[in-house]
Design a protein around this ligand. Structure first.
Ligand SMILES: [Fe+2]
Length: 385
């Protein structure tokens, strides 16, 4: 009896081999998305071939798309301003926010690429198709020194950055309980967050604090915009992960998403701190001479106080669940109407991050978002201890 159970029949081996070949050729087609599974991972799939609940798949697919988007724009930041970035003046301007900025940018880029690759590989391991946005990598690159000339998913050259998270997280009010509106910390409208070309912002210029001439002010305002854009995206990421996690059914999917959420919040906290350095002394007061976007000193009148003070970077305890409970320091918002996939995707689209994408792109993203918002918890027992 024991011997029979360990001996494979030739027919079984053939079937299994064909399964592996089929899977490998399928996976080979996914290389552009950075998805690759090791033999061990493929073997693990053989052991656990239960399909996930439909809602879990929809949630992971939306988040995989969000991570692909994040990876795309972080790669652009990394090419120019990362630790091996190719634009020294941009790196210097970012270092005026924190001398470690290039390292943080490179590491954040790695993290987002790992999230996208992991979520897609996880989908494949559960028999689902991965998310592939390669057909939409058509937007132009920056012409500045350091940028690769390849098609992009995202556009960092004309951003409108919602900075209301800054005053929201300093407030005791919670948008989920009717709090707000929260004022913008900085009015960043139609502003690039990467240098556009070398004529505008020469790559070899110095970046003193405060910037001394037209081009230096322009480059500093661009770097300051990046500082706020980093935090804005991760704040929205922290909220949408928190919301979507509420509707997954698999314990393992819960573990995957909670574990990634923690890193998104970690990023948000760091970028919150760095953004504050753009609006405090000695750097505060920079105005982009081309767009007029201004980074005031938020520690001085008419700003300052609890609503604007730049070192109040940890979330203020706020109303949570009901106003009857004591205030609690939490990620917010987290309800679908304020932090769901459609709301978040719409807010990101409104930031002009996808400026130049065709209607098909927006349709595809909104379809993924609607499916994710439709997910509901259901009984599903997959003890992942
Ligand atoms: Fe991420």
């Amino acid at each position: 009896m024991k011997q029979e159970s360990v001996q494979s029949q030739p027919g079984d081996l053939d079937t299994r081999w064909h399964d592996v070949i089929k899977r490998r050729s399928f996976l080979a087609g996914l290389s552009a998305s950075g998805v690759a599974l090791s033999a061990r991972e493929l073997a693990a799939r053989d052991k656990d071939d239960r399909r996930l609940p439909k809602g879990d798949v929809a949630v992971i697919k939306f988040l995989a798309a969000a991570e692909l988007v994040e990876s795309d724009f972080w790669q652009q930041y990394n090419e120019l301003g990362g630790v091996h970035g190719g634009n020294p003046a941009y790196q210097l301007a970012l270092q005026n926010l924190d001398s470690d900025m290039p390292q943080y940018i490179s590491d954040n880029t790695d993290d987002e690429m790992s999230h996208a690759a992991f979520l897609n590989a996880y989908l494949v391991s559960k028999g689902e198709t991965p998310v592939n946005l390669d057909a939409f990598r058509t937007l132009p690159s920056s012409q500045a020194t350091g940028a690769k000339q390849i098609g992009r998913l995202t556009n960092l050259m004309n951003l409108t950055v919602d900075t209301s998270w800054y005053t929201q997280y300093r407030s005791t009010q919670n948008p989920d309980l009717g709090g707000g509106p929260f004022p913008q910390a900085v009015h960043i409208v139609n502003q690039p967050s990467i240098p556009l070309d070398d004529a505008d912002t020469p790559p070899d210029q110095k970046q003193p604090v405060p910037p001394a001439n037209h081009r230096q002010r322009r480059m500093q305002a661009i770097a300051n915009t990046a500082g706020f854009h980093f935090a804005t995206f991760d704040q929205k990421g922290s909220s949408v992960y928190t919301n979507l996690i509420l509707n997954v059914s698999s314990r393992q999917v819960l573990r995957v998403l909670v574990s990634i959420l923690g890193v998104e919040v970690d990023h948000f906290a760091v970028w919150h701190d760095k953004a504050g350095n753009a609006v405090s002394q000695p750097l505060a007061g920079v105005t982009d001479p081309e767009t007029g976007v201004r980074f005031p000193d938020l520690n001085s009148p008419p700003f300052g106080g609890e609503e604007f003070q730049t070192n109040l970077i940890f979330p203020e305890p706020c109303a949570f669940i009901t106003r009857h409970f004591p205030a609690c320091s939490v990620i917010r918002p987290s309800l679908r109407r304020n932090a769901g996939a459609v709301v978040t995707a719409t807010a990101i689209a409104n930031s002009q991050l996808f400026l130049g994408q065709p209607q098909e792109f927006f349709d595809a993203v909104i379809a993924l978002a609607k499916a994710a918002d439709a997910a509901r918890r259901e009984p599903f027992d997959d003890d992942d201890d």
